[in-house]
Design a protein. Structure first.
Length: 133
């Protein structure tokens, strides 16, 4: 039984990147779809596709992105911040900066899942889910 689906999602992506896979499949949920859309919008993944199975949870297929010349992965590190045992929250003034603005922090707010920069611009705080760079 998986008690932390976000950590499972991030671990699957991290393991696929380290193994050099082109595509990774993860079980779908609303928050995972939102995180996947953010990763695509910010340029960390090549593409994604949501597949709904009849009456089943469905899956998300994510095409990982690599540098064309050096074959290095675009995602250098993807790290869970807030955990079920210790939640991390930040208000709009205390939003974290990852690698001095080169990475992103993904935040779950009352306005939905968004990057820390978007949350700061909308003046909302929330739970810091993960860092990506």
């Amino acid at each position: 039984m998986n008690t932390d689906p976000i950590a499972d999602f991030l671990t699957r992506v991290r393991n696929a990147v380290q193994a050099g896979h082109r595509v990774v499949e993860v079980p779908a949920s609303k928050i995972k779809k939102d995180i996947t859309k953010i990763l695509f919008d910010q340029g960390y993944i090549l593409s994604y596709k949501f597949e709904d199975d009849n009456g089943v949870q469905g899956t998300i297929k994510i095409a990982l992105k690599y540098d064309r010349l050096s074959k290095d992965p675009v995602i250098k590190k993807i790290q869970r911040v807030s955990k079920p045992g210790l939640r991390k929250y930040a208000n709009s003034q205390e939003m974290p900066r990852v690698l001095n603005g080169l990475g992103i922090a993904i935040v779950s707010t009352s306005h939905g899942v968004m990057t820390a920069k978007q949350a700061k611009a909308e003046n909302v705080g929330g739970e810091v889910l993960c860092y990506v760079y």
